[in-house]
Design a protein around this ligand. Structure first.
Ligand code: DGJ
Length: 740
């Protein structure tokens, strides 16, 4: 008996010791979470307090087992400023630096602590994995789940967060970032992009200094009118095309955004990106989930060229609607007619479209409104019935006539907006975003509809649905959005007892809901995203759109710069470029520039001279023969117009058998000698032999390039070729073909 008792006690003692050992071991053993692409690792690790920190962001290690040691190389004194490298920095407790999240609990307490709880990684397919990490507040039933979706081959990461609680009333979210990253390095160079109407994507590169550099928007709709949520972050040296570590990033959110780049007191960099908390406190009821938008970024240790090509591949394969599909070339009537057209004028333009050789005619603004006809931008917006004077036989007739002429038909809408001079405004003042007690403030004579209201969502859905139901052969939509939100106030939110501070966020959610419904019913019809030019164009909206309009500025020299800068983030297949009458460059120059993307025209083709028409038709034919390379190939930015007198860009077919190279003179001061040095090509097979032929020659001109000469890919990439761009040849398009 005694013996058994003794044995039991011994057994208990052993078990207890094992428990104690395991427990101490668990306490001492940090949890390390490596998130790896094929080249890059983001390593997170718990500290002694179970707070999760970023301990490494850099090239992957050959031996994964060495990641846990990364943290030992840092000796931070955390006593005064909190931990800068927190993976999701909370406010109200130990942290005194810029937070990623700030809340007011149901009981009014403003403190938040987040400790590691659990994590898992799920393999979605060979190339894609999703890691989720749960962080919990030890005091309140409040948690945040961080998501990291990784596309290994493309070295692209998408990060977002989900916030959830089971407190006994709403928790007010005061700040709720998508991602909170930490980079340890000597110097950081940030390129940000600044916009205005017709002046989009103006890059500014700065070396970051102590303090916080903020990129943000508070415009509500047309959110990128002044700043863009795209950025390049370069490590140690300014961003360069073929060398150095860089990140190309974007916050994929179509409303107010805020990206904060904070250089901390160790000269390391904290990046906090998400919805702009400005006027947007969000009351989150218990058991609901608040999902933030995504921060998407491509990482490369070989410069911006490789990062872009990877981002392009990712966008086409995984993100943009029909990213690997085809696009429609078109003739648009906006600058050809503005609001002044009728059936006769339009049917003549259908013939022009056919004559040019494009696929589609796009009818722009001005086709609707009867009580308040849309003859200018001050009336009719919201009344989506054909104007009977201009179009007595309706859209259906136009679709048929276009088809008869041999082209498809597409149409412009701006369904989120309303002119005060409209029947919609008269009927539904309650649908309009406006301060009831204050004078209305207009942007382009219009106001924004309140998409937080489900009735407005139905209306917007209905505008598009009716067009497609009435005209099943409608082949294309241009969806415009010309106004920012002034006097942000929603009658609907008031009615349902929700705070006004939800408006900016619910507007965007409402827009996504409409697009979700539309894409369920019409999964593939191509739609162009436009926002008074390039006020929109983000990877969340591009889930629903096949392409976007980068800018109303189509002056071709300006456009070379703009397309260059957009190309860091977007593949050519999603950017629409039109040949217009902007600027003084010859038609050839304008057409060549517009061919570096999805080609369109917005001119009166019947006004072209015989030679111009001949040139255009041949250029369109050529475009059809090489568009596959521009849309689906690899892009190489060869000569930077920001730093040189010429610009040179090439697109290479994935199998390296063909390429197309565009070269332009971008500085036409007198006596410029620009034909002195060759341009080194890129992306070819060094072993293959190629011939280089100039195409898109203007009638009556001859090429200065010998089309019969053979070069090795090695030669073309090391020595290069001189496109002979000069004041007499300002635009030169070269086709590079493998010698069979
Ligand atoms: C702004 C767009 O950027 C233009 O292309 C044109 O569609 C006008 N709106 C029409 O109002």
């Amino acid at each position: 008996m005694r013996n058994t008792l003794y044995k039991r006690m011994l057994c208990k003692l052993i078990l207890f010791s094992i428990f104690l050992l395991t427990f101490t071991h668990m306490q001492a053993q940090p949890v390390t979470i490596p998130i790896e692409t094929s080249k890059q690792a983001l390593v997170l690790q718990t500290d002694a307090e179970s707070r999760l920190r970023t301990v490494y962001f850099g090239k992957i290690l050959a031996d994964k087992n060495e990641y846990p040691s990364a943290s030992e190389t840092y000796h931070f004194d955390d006593n005064n400023a909190g931990i800068y490298n927190s993976v999701y920095t909370p406010a109200g407790t130990w942290n005194l630096s810029e937070p990623a999240i700030q809340v007011l609990h149901a009981d009014g307490d403003p403190s938040l602590e987040l400790k590691y709880d659990s994590h898992q990684t799920r393999q979605i397919d060979d190339n894609t994995s999703l890691t989720s990490i749960v962080l919990k507040d030890p005091v309140y039933p409040f948690q945040v789940t961080l998501f990291y979706k990784v596309w290994k081959k493309e070295n692209v990461i998408e990060q977002w967060s989900e916030i959830h609680h089971t407190e006994n009333d709403d928790v007010v979210l005061k700040k709720f970032a998508s991602a909170n990253l930490y980079f340890s390095n000597d110097d950081f160079y940030l390129t940000s992009y600044h916009n205005q109407w017709a002046k989009e994507m103006q890059p500014v590169e700065t070396m970051l200094e102590r303090g916080i550099r903020v990129l943000d928007s508070k415009l509500g709709a047309r959110a990128m009118l002044l700043q863009s949520p795209n950025f390049i972050l370069a490590f140690d040296q300014p961003a360069s095309e073929n060398e150095g570590s860089v990140i190309l990033g974007q916050l994929a959110w179509s409303g107010n955004f805020k990206l904060e780049f904070e250089m901390d007191s160790y000269d390391n960099l904290r990046l906090i990106a998400g919805i702009n908390p400005f006027a947007s406190e969000y009351s989150l009821p218990p058991n609901e989930v608040f999902k933030t938008p995504s921060l998407i970024y491509a990482v490369s240790n070989n410069g911006t060229g490789e990062a872009s090509r990877n981002l392009h591949d990712w966008a086409r394969k995984y993100r943009v609607l029909d990213g690997q599909g085809e696009r429609l070339t078109l003739l648009n009537n906006w600058e050809a007619t503005y609001f002044d057209f009728n059936e006769e004028k339009l049917t003549a333009l259908f013939k022009d479209a056919k004559n040019l050789g494009v696929d589609l005619f796009l009818l722009d603004d001005g086709w609707f409104g009867n009580k308040y006809p849309r003859n200018g931008d001050n009336a009719g917006l919201g009344d989506w019935q054909e104007n009977v004077k201009k179009l007595p036989h309706g859209i259906g007739y136009l679709v048929k006539e276009a088809n008869k002429a041999g082209v498809k038909f597409g149409i412009w809408i701006e369904p989120e907006m309303v002119n005060p001079k409209s029947e919609l405004y008269e009927r539904h003042l309650d649908w309009v975003i406006r301060q009831p007690e204050r004078p209305e403030v207009y942007f382009r004579n219009q106001l924004v509809l309140d998409l937080s209201n489900p009735e407005v969502q139905d209306f917007v859905f209905g505008v598009v649905d009716k067009l497609f139901t009435d005209n099943p052969e409608l082949a294309f939509i241009k969806w415009d959005c010309n106004s920012v939100i002034y006097n942000a106030y929603s009658e609907y939110l008031n009615k349902v007892g929700l705070p006004q501070s939800h408006l900016y966020i619910e507007y965007v959610h409402g827009l996504y809901k409409v697009l979700e419904r539309l894409r369920k019913k019409y999964p593939k019809v191509p739609m162009m995203l436009c926002s008074g030019g390039g006020g929109r164009g983000d990877y969340e909206l591009l889930k629903y759109f096949t392409e976007f309009w980068p800018s109303d500025d189509t002056e071709p020299v300006e456009r070379i710069f703009m397309q260059w800068d957009y190309s860091y983030f977007f593949p050519a297949i999603v950017t629409d470029n039109h040949v217009t009458d902007w600027g003084k460059q010859p038609l050839k120059f304008r057409t060549d520039v517009a061919s570096m993307g999805k080609l369109g025209f917005d001119i009166v083709a019947s006004h072209l001279s015989e030679d111009e028409m001949k040139y255009c038709k041949e250029a369109v034919q050529n475009y059809h023969s090489f568009k596959d390379i521009v849309w689906h190939g690899d892009q190489y930015r060869l000569v930077n117009p920001h730093k040189n007198d010429i610009a040179s860009v090439m697109y290479v077919k994935k199998d390296k058998t063909r390429a197309i190279m565009f070269n332009y003179l971008v500085n036409n001061r007198q006596r410029l000698a620009t034909a002195e040095t060759p341009v080194k090509l890129n992306g070819l097979d060094p072993e293959k032999k190629y011939r280089v032929k100039e195409i898109n020659l203007y009638p009556g001109t001859r090429s200065w390039i010998d089309p019969d000469k053979e070069y090795s890919g090695d030669f073309l990439m090391k020595v290069g070729i001189n496109p002979i761009v000069n004041l007499r040849r300002t635009s030169v398009v070269l086709e590079v073909n493998e010698v069979e």
